[in-house]
Design a protein around this ligand. Structure first.
Ligand code: NI
Length: 171
């Protein structure tokens, strides 16, 4: 496994629409392993392929809570994830992103989503997620359409974050 380089705003890769994966083969599995290791290394709860410079529809997620409620590593590998159902109920969540380092903001999301995807072995799965896990999945699938959480907040807050980011990178 390997730690991959992270791409940060305003890199162009982060605003691209990513392409579907044709087949979950050994190359894709290696990528999934490396993405998960990179995510854990950077203490993230989700990572999308464009964040490591690849415009492919792949995400890894770990909210550290299993279906039975126990806490611990609980990695989810999702290839070609597609949200097929969204709750009317919304939730506000304080989100950050490894590609927008050191910043965070409240974002409005659907409280629950149903996501269809191919797992590590290429099998189709359907997962009903709510609360924190649903928020992470919405954040990560947004990445695959070139959308960052800062695209979903007010222009005022967005500009404040961009200003701070610029200050960070000037130092
Ligand atoms: Ni992100």
């Amino acid at each position: 496994m390997a730690i991959l380089k992270l791409y940060t705003y305003p890199d162009k890769i982060l605003s691209q629409k990513c392409e579907k994966v044709a087949e979950v083969n050994d190359d894709i599995r290696k990528l999934l392993d490396d993405m998960l290791e990179t995510m854990y290394e950077d203490k993230g709860v989700g990572l999308a392929a464009p964040q490591i410079g690849l415009a492919k529809r792949i995400i890894v997620v770990d909210d550290k809570v299993s279906e039975d409620g126990t806490r611990g590593p609980h990695p989810l590998y999702m290839v070609n994830p597609e949200i097929i159902k969204r709750s009317k109920e919304k939730i506000w969540f304080n989100e950050g992103c490894l590609s927008v380092p050191g910043q965070c903001a409240e974002v409005e999301r659907h409280y629950a989503v149903t996501v269809k995807y191919l797992d590590y072995n290429g099998n189709e799965q359907i997962l009903e997620a709510e609360d924190y896990l649903a928020v992470i999945i919405q954040h990560e699938t947004d990445h695959l359409d070139g959308i960052l959480y800062i695209d979903r907040i007010s222009r005022l807050k967005r500009n404040m974050i961009l200003k701070k980011l610029k200050k960070q990178s000037d130092n």
